[in-house]
Design a protein around this ligand. Structure first.
Ligand code: ADP
Length: 340
């Protein structure tokens, strides 16, 4: 559902959505490594079904590729409910939203990806729909103004966002339950890789699984993409068998170094080094490396921060001593903290 980013680790651009679909978990039993998210959901489903009501609205937050869309699809399956998928940018006018809401069947799970990109005016129409399954809007103006009310079928809204902080408090408070997606453990990624290898009918040995899991940045989407790139090499050169040598060759082709850094990561680190120890704002960093600000903030930077190579300060981004070391350079002496 997301617009293709110009960089996602281990991937060539675009055109991968269909491949991804084939590996998507179909129900909760295939949604691996996030039992803590499933447990409260199972409870909510049972209680709602017993009351013959729809499940309360849900907010899914977390970085790209952690399974928000997949879980929404699996949830619809578990509920036996129709699923309607759309996104914040696709609902740019209130009319678009009303069109979708008025056609929902009873119990539908309405998934809105990138819900933080919903215009405020559209968001406000959603409030009544979420609270009372009703939309109200005013026709004409002044003395001719008429209020029209439209009753909707009960539905469950699942909003997904990578930028929780951009949601207004009144909007956030309308969701009955909030699921925070965290990076996956290597054990969970190994399970996901094993399942994907089976679906792709490829042999994947334990050492290769561990190396792929270790380079997946806690993200199933990256794990599956690295696996598919390794599969290409295994298919052409190694009798459909992915071992550690095939994985290392894959990393070589993708220019992933021993620390797991890829070219865009290195460009970000180098841009910060060129600022000679002065913090860089997201905008300047984006210009310096030729990447969209969102890609830096949501895809590249979180992993660099988790690796302890980059730090975010109120003045901007800075390299840590480990970041300087990763570039083989010494940190400059501290300077004033104005943005470079
Ligand atoms: P998001 O919506 O958060 O960006 P997706 O749901 O599109 O992430 O997940 C990307 C891919 O990662 C899916 O197509 C699926 O193959 C895989 N994936 C994500 N979460 C899981 C999971 N918990 N178990 C198995 N595969 C997963």
């Amino acid at each position: 559902m997301r617009p293709p980013s110009s960089f996602e680790p281990g991937v060539s651009e675009g055109g991968e959505v269909d491949f991804e679909r084939g590996l998507q978990p179909q129900d909760f039993s295939e949604f691996l490594g996030q039992e803590n998210l499933l447990e409260p959901l199972r409870l909510m489903i049972r209680a709602a079904l017993e009351r013959e009501e729809t499940v309360e609205h849900l907010l899914f937050t977390g970085l790209p590729g952690l399974g928000k869309t997949s879980l929404a699809m699996a949830l619809a399956k578990e509920l036996g409910a129709p699923l309607k998928m759309t996104s914040g940018p696709a609902l740019s006018r209130a009319k678009d939203l009303v069109g979708i809401l008025s056609q929902l069947e009873k119990g539908t799970l309405l998934f809105i990806d990138e819900i933080h990109r919903l215009p405020t005016e559209v968001e406000e129409y959603l409030y009544g729909a979420m609270d009372r399954f009703q939309i109200e809007w005013t026709f004409d103006a002044g003395v001719h103004a008429r209020l029209l009310k439209l009753d909707l079928q009960p539905f469950t809204l699942v909003g997904a966002t990578t930028r929780e902080a951009l949601l207004t408090p009144p909007f956030r408070s309308r969701f009955g339950h909030h699921l925070r997606f965290e990076p996956y453990s290597e054990a969970a990624l190994a399970e996901i890789l094993a399942r994907s290898a089976k679906l792709l009918r490829i042999e994947l040995d334990d050492a290769a699984t561990a190396t792929l899991a270790d380079h997946s940045r806690g993200t199933p989407r990256i794990a599956n993409r690295l696996l598919r790139r390794a599969r290409d090499i295994a298919q052409l050169e190694n009798n459909n068998h992915i071992n550690d040598a095939v994985v290392q060759r894959t990393f070589g082709l993708l220019e992933i170094d021993a620390r797991g850094l890829e070219r865009p990561d290195r460009r970000v680190l180098e841009a910060l080094a060129q600022a000679a120890g002065r913090p860089l704002g997201l905008k300047n960093l984006g210009v310096a490396v030729g990447e969209a600000e969102d890609t830096i903030a949501e895809v590249i930077e979180p992993w660099l921060i988790r690796q302890g190579l980059l730090q975010r300060t109120p003045q901007g981004r800075l390299l840590t001593p480990e970041g300087w070391a990763a570039l083989g350079q010494d940190a400059p002496p501290p300077s004033d903290s104005a943005e470079a």
